[in-house]
Ligand binder design. Structure first.
Ligand code: NAD
Ligand code: UDP
Length: 328
């Protein structure tokens, strides 16, 4: 049986990857320190005969017994509120954590896939974003802690590939959503859905003309799986190219859920990208991949998940008020 190690296993994407690899017949070892993830995301796997879990911070030496065939490095805060709240940990997991993961892959002769992000393109000056674009990132802006950690992560991965001949993959993930996102992580979909469920107004930042392109989790996982088993080591965008402005998206969600909430406008966070849409030509050609789940279907599934959460989770405001980090 082939064995895969998944860092960030208790997070949103990591936990879905655990499900996918177990379903495909792999033995899965998950690692997480729960800094932004939750044991709840993997509690259904605890009794699975081919799953085991290590609570560990990957910025510290990672000690794994036995063979490893693949490593997927997904540990990192991912929402703007998270990485503004824990900026140093974000920089460390992208740099020191990635170094440890690459060193482990080298020692085990394992293939390694690194989770990068559309944020490496920053506030992009070309549209849609293709993989050859170098990006427009402010290293000292509030998002710099995440964007630069991820850019360093890519550089380190390529260095291990070129210098040590390590078998590497880099996925540049564009906004992905679905069940198991944290309701209070500040990202736009949980934010809007939480507001609807609490009967609050929807907070659109800026004038709402900024765009995003939302990819459903099942499509994302499918793309990552195909990339791992491709022979391609340069970065590949995985995301859904259907683009929408945040204001139109707020209206769409209100209609979809039949909510009577109203839209209110708040200040735009510093360096908030004005437009984001993946060019997925490469993924289509090399991986024969493209998203299958349309936004309406994905949103309904996600809303059903958020509706199933307890009031305690719905009204947990632990991470809600971080305006002070997003100074204009
Ligand atoms: P998430 O916060 O739900 O998951 C990240 C997980 O990593 C959490 O469980 C967290 O506890 C864990 N973690 C963080 N630091 C750690 C450390 N030092 N040691 C061990 N575990 C640690 O976020 P997500 O949305 O699932 O994102 C997963 C990965 O995908 C991240 O690397 C993120 O940068 C990348 N990504 C996600 C998106 C998206 O839209 N969801 C977009 C681009 C990139
Ligand atoms: N956004 C918003 N209202 C919210 C949360 C987010 O208008 O309550 C906007 C945010 O300014 C950004 C977009 O929605 O333009 C997507 O934000 P998110 O935090 O989900 O991810 P990003 O793509 O910016 O990393």
């Amino acid at each position: 049986m082939e064995r895969v190690l998944i860092t960030g296993a208790a997070g949103f994407i990591g936990s879905h990857l655990c499900d996918k690899f177990l379903k495909e017949g792999f033995r899965v070892t998950g690692i997480d320190n729960f800094i932004t993830g939750s044991p709840k995301n993997i509690e259904h796997l605890v009794t699975h005969p081919h799953f085991d879990f290590i609570e560990h911070d990957v910025t510290r030496f990672i000690d794994i017994e036995g063979k490893l065939d693949y490593i997927l490095h997904f540990a990192s805060p991912a929402s703007p509120i998270d990485y503004l709240r824990i900026p140093i940990q974000t920089l460390k997991v992208g740099s020191l954590g990635t170094h440890n993961v690459l060193g482990l892959a080298k020692a085990k002769k394992a293939r390694v896939l690194i989770a990068s992000t559309s944020e490496v393109y920053g506030d992009p000056l070309i549209h849609p974003q293709h993989e050859d674009y170098f990006g427009n990132v402010n290293p000292i802006g509030p998002r710099g802690v995440y964007d630069e950690a991820k850019r360093f992560q890519e550089a380190m991965t390529m260095a291990y590939h070129n210098f040590h001949g390590l078998d590497t993959r880099i996925v540049r993930i564009f906004n992905t959503y679905g069940p198991r996102m944290r309701l209070n992580d500040g990202r736009v979909i949980p934010a809007f859905m939480g507001q609807i469920l609490r009967g609050e107004n929807l907070t659109v930042f800026g004038n709402g003309k900024q765009t995003r392109s939302f990819c459903y989790i099942d499509d994302q996982v499918d793309g990552i799986f195909k990339l791992l088993f491709s022979g391609y080591h340069l970065p590949v965008n995985i995301g859904n190219p259907e683009e929408i402005s945040i204001l139109d998206f707020a209206k769409e969600i209100l209609e979809l859920t039949g909510s009577k909430s109203e839209i209110v406008f708040k200040d735009l966070p510093v360096n908030d990208p004005k437009q984001r849409c993946p060019d997925i030509t490469k993924a289509k050609k090399i991986l024969n991949w493209q998203p299958k789940v349309d936004r309406k279907t994905g949103m309904i599934r996600t809303f059903e998940y958020f509706k199933s959460l307890s009031d305690r989770e719905l009204y947990n405001t632990e991470h809600k008020n971080f305006d002070r980090f997003i100074k204009r």
